[in-house]
Design a protein around this ligand. Structure first.
Ligand SMILES: Cc1cc2nc3c(=O)[nH]c(=O)nc-3n(C[C@H](O)[C@H](O)[C@H](O)COP(=O)(O)OP(=O)(O)OC[C@H]3O[C@@H](n4cnc5c(N)ncnc54)[C@H](O)[C@@H]3O)c2cc1C
Length: 400
């Protein structure tokens, strides 16, 4: 019998790296960040760098939300293709969003290198492959507009992709800028680094209510303690949708599985993230311990009762689809898991102030490149707090 769990690969691989006390006193601070996932880790790091007194609160342990389920492909490419985004928000704005994704990946590389964080960060290329002839036509159009905005792209014919990667497709865009990382480990290490610099972290802290109306917002815990601050920054992931009247995203469930170690692969795949034009799309990347990680197969049902069985079916389907892309690949599944995922109407995140709450800011980096959006919030949130203009706030604002 082969036993499986619904836990993600990252959690099993790393374990609980660091643990913190729950909030058991009355405290005050400049900024309270809610949510100790990758978003809270990145944003609290930026706020500490900017000189704020920061506390970080989570109702679970660090990284136990989506951060332990992510496949952590860091892409500048948004789920909505550039040519379509251009029709929605204008060409210049759309190109700005795409370019900001590239800057975010480079920014994270600098942070990881400056702070010497061991989190498997690897700069890669990204290959966007067409899954049929029709898709190849719009992908070519997508290539033209990306090329016009000098996003570092190259068009590869079906033969070139086959020769170079062993992948079957109908043409592809190869992008120079992408990366992969262990986001769970990165979140833990970044939080620990800032704890050493004076940030206070409270995990397993259940919040009973927020008082936004007083001059200083107050956080009340179920244990009867309070934290007052000047601003609350919500980095609380998909659960945040439950506190917003504005419908910012459609939520669904998505699946991933990872092969055994040392899977024989074309060497060029080790340096490249791959995703395709199907809807839902399938994507893959290698891990730094020699596995192939594949994901996709989204579903709208999310009943916990069916999750284990659904996960097994979806993992099987993912491997079948992989065979059509990488014929002959010897993928033996080691772990599979599922997690909540979200998509917004334009593929862009919601970062900034919501008119529904006073004294609060939100960082909701939904979509296939949620983490790349969270990195962008490292500049946007301090800029908003300092009343400094940021070219992205208008595009990522609530109520758009
Ligand atoms: C299978 C899968 C694959 C994915 N692949 C990619 C990918 O390749 N690239 C990519 O960029 N993104 C990907 N994503 C999305 C990515 O995982 C998310 O964008 C990212 O993890 C969000 O991080 P977060 O810190 O915002 O949320 P989370 O990690 O969920 O953290 C939020 C934290 O807030 C806490 N919290 C919530 N409410 C409260 C409250 N009221 N009080 C206290 N604490 C609270 C939670 O306990 C949690 O720890 C994927 C997601 C899934 C499920």
């Amino acid at each position: 019998m082969r036993l499986r769990t619904l836990e993600s690969f990252w959690l099993l691989k790393n374990g609980l790296l660091h643990s913190y006390p729950s909030l058991q006193s009355t405290i005050s601070t400049d900024i309270a960040v809610i949510g100790a996932g990758i978003t809270g880790a990145l944003v609290s790091h930026a706020l500490m760098e900017a000189g704020y007194n920061v506390i970080l609160i989570d109702k679970r342990d660090v990284g136990q939300g989506s951060t332990s389920a992510t496949t952590s492909m860091l892409q500048y490419e948004i789920d909505v293709p550039l040519y379509q985004l251009a029709e929605m928000i204008g060409e210049q704005n759309a190109a700005l969003c795409y370019r900001s994704g590239m800057e975010a990946i480079n920014q994270l590389e600098q942070t990881v290198s400056k702070e010497k964080i061991d989190c498997g960060f690897q700069k890669k290329k990204s290959l966007y492959i067409s899954h049929n002839k029709k898709a190849a036509q719009w992908l070519r159009k997508e290539f033209d507009i990306r090329n016009k905005y000098q996003l570092g792209v190259q068009w590869l014919s079906a033969k070139e992709v086959k020769d170079h990667y062993g992948i079957h497709c109908f043409g592809a865009i190869l992008s120079n800028t992408a990366a992969s990382v262990d986001a769970y480990k990165l979140a833990h290490e970044l939080i620990l680094l800032n704890v050493k610099r004076g940030m206070r972290v409270f995990d397993q802290t259940d919040i009973s209510s927020f008082d936004f109306e007083s001059e200083q917002p107050v956080i009340h815990t179920k244990d009867g303690h309070t934290a007052s601050c000047n601003k609350i920054v919500f980095c609380s992931g998909f659960e945040t949708t439950e506190m917003l009247k504005e419908k910012v995203a459609d939520l669904f469930y998505t699946y991933a599985c990872v092969s055994e170690q040392d899977i024989p692969l074309n060497k060029n795949l080790k340096e490249t993230l791959v995703w395709n034009t199907a809807d839902p799309y399938i994507y893959m990347r290698t891990t730094d311990d020699g596995r192939l990680l594949i994901g996709g197969e989204d579903s709208s049902t999310n009943f916990s009762f069916f999750q284990q069985r659904t996960k097994e079916k979806k993992a099987k389907k993912l491997v079948e689809k992989l065979q059509t892309i990488l014929p002959g690949v010897d993928f033996i599944e080691d772990f599979s898991w599922g997690g909540t995922f979200g998509s917004t109407k334009d593929g862009l995140p919601y970062i900034g102030v919501s008119p529904e709450y006073k004294n609060a800011l939100f960082v909701l980096g939904f979509g296939g490149n949620g983490i790349t959006f969270s990195i962008q919030a490292m500049d946007i949130i301090p800029d908003i707090l300092n009343d400094k203009h940021n070219k992205l706030t208008e595009l990522y604002k609530f109520g758009r």
